[in-house]
Ligand binder design. Structure first.
Ligand code: SF4
Ligand code: SF4
Length: 446
């Protein structure tokens, strides 16, 4: 495997551990192996009694399921004879499948081990050997299905309502029969240019990125974000393709299944549309943490060069943008005090990117408003993790690690969760439908 072809660009790690006799870089895997060897085996991620970063380790206590445990298994595999297919080792396989790609390690581990990206490469290697399951293909191609087959919503509704169909789908596709699938909206958010004519005198403008999940499942969030930004005096334009083409997507769904060429093609399509705006200094505002982080962080490993770096600097989450603008005095929103206090569940990627500080700043700016943040880890949905039959038990344990009890204890609060998968999981387990921050703000616009 010294000549192992890697699918992602790992050159950012080319000098990592060089000249360090203790770096313990595996023999095979080149710069990918160096990214894995960034772990110094301090076992801080297995410390007891602390808020442990890794959700699967928190609920199991199994040392293979900590970040460091995964590193140890990967190192062992990349040190073995490549002809024995060491990456297919069952223990390694299970450990990698149970990584929920929360990016907790990238934020909290002292060596910033980027296990989610390491997992993407691992899945791509596995895919080269064993192909892709039908379920993985279906999950990856969600942006295409939603565009081409709007009738699927009826099938999904049918599947959710019928335990027999759910059981059949579990048997045939491996879809967790206990988890409700998200149902696409009858009216997706239109893929057309927005011009708020009442604000054309505005000198401030933003480009709104409506991701696949917001567009097809919860279009009211994009409408709410537009109302909030317009209400604060910004000219809002949606990033679009030609009306006859499929809407833009960040490529996250492909990346999550290890389909790197396809993820690159999606990110490139996005970049081609964005580039002239980015070069002119535009700010892009997104609503879904995984998609924004995908463009900001993961796209850097797709080999798209300096253009991707530019994109990484100018794409912000709505809450980050609002906080930045309010700090600079450019943002002023007139909000009437909500009747109820707010309870916030943060998406793992919001936490990983430090966006919870921005959430706090915005919520604090609402007059006469009490709010609380839930102290919890991953909700257990984590993209498609909670929809996968073999992960039902883990998913349920994760949602029960503080999240559900906090929701029950604060029954009178308005729930806010900015992650699409978190909202699904909370709805599935508590029956409550959390709002996106944009919806909360739009609801109380003066
Ligand atoms: S993953 Fe990070 S915290 Fe865990 S052992 Fe390695 S360096 Fe330490
Ligand atoms: S991404 Fe999350 S689940 Fe995966 S190793 Fe890191 S902390 Fe653990």
């Amino acid at each position: 495997m010294s000549d192992m072809k890697t699918w992602l660009d790992w050159s950012a790690y080319k000098d990592a551990g060089m000249g360090d006799a203790y770096a313990d870089i595996p023999k095979h895997g080149g710069d990918y192996a160096k990214a894995i060897a960034a772990c110094i085996n301090s076992r801080q991620c297995e410390a007891e009694g602390k808020q442990v970063m890794c959700p699967s380790y928190r609920v199991s206590g199994n040392p293979h399921l900590s970040t460091g445990g995964r590193v140890r298994l990967l190192k062992a595999a990349l040190s073995e004879d490549p002809n024995t297919n060491p990456l297919m080792n069952p223990e390694l396989r299970e450990a990698m499948d149970l990584c929920v790609s929360c990016k907790g390690c990238k934020r909290e581990c002292e060596s910033n081990v980027d296990m989610p990206l390491i997992k993407v490469e691992y899945l791509a290697q596995r895919r080269r050997q064993e192909g892709l399951s039908l379920r993985s293909r279906l999950f990856a191609q969600v942006p295409i299905w939603l565009y081409r087959a709007p009738w699927l919503r009826h099938f999904i509704q049918w599947r959710n309502q019928s335990s027999v169909v759910s059981q059949i789908a579990q048997k045939l596709l491996g879809l967790n029969a206990k988890a409700r699938l998200p149902v696409p909206s009858a009216e997706p958010y239109p893929n057309s240019k927005l011009r708020d004519d009442t604000r054309l005198d505005s000198t401030q403008s933003v480009l709104l990125f409506v991701d696949t999940f917001t567009r097809y499942f919860e279009p009211q969030i994009a409408a709410a974000a537009t109302a909030v930004l317009s209400g604060a005096g910004y000219l809002v334009e949606q990033i679009t393709t030609e009306a006859s083409e499929r809407p833009l997507c960040c490529g996250r769904t492909y990346l999550a299944q290890g389909m790197i060429d396809e993820a690159r093609a999606e990110a490139k399509r996005m970049l081609d549309v964005l580039l002239p705006h980015l070069q002119a200094g535009a700010t892009v505002v997104g609503l879904e943490a995984s998609c924004v982080l995908g463009l900001r962080d993961d796209a850097q490993a797709l080999g798209l060069g300096d253009d991707a770096k530019l994109m990484g600097k100018q794409v912000l989450l709505l809450e980050e943008f609002l906080a930045r603008e309010s700090k600079s005095g450019r943002f002023e929103l007139k909000i009437t005090p909500p009747q109820q206090p707010t309870l916030v569940h943060g998406h793992c990627h919001q936490k990983a990117t430090g966006a919870m500080k921005s959430m706090r700043r915005i919520l604090k700016s609402i007059p006469q408003h009490d709010f609380d943040f839930i102290e919890s880890s991953c909700c257990g949905m984590a993209g498609t993790f909670g929809l996968e039959a073999e992960h039902q038990e883990y998913s349920e344990k994760m949602v029960n690690q503080g999240l559900l009890s906090a929701i029950e204890e604060h029954a009178e609060h308005t729930l806010v969760a900015n992650g699409f998968s978190c909202r699904q999981q909370i709805f599935n387990y508590s029956g409550k439908r959390p709002l996106h921050l944009a919806e909360l703000l739009a609801k109380h616009l003066d």
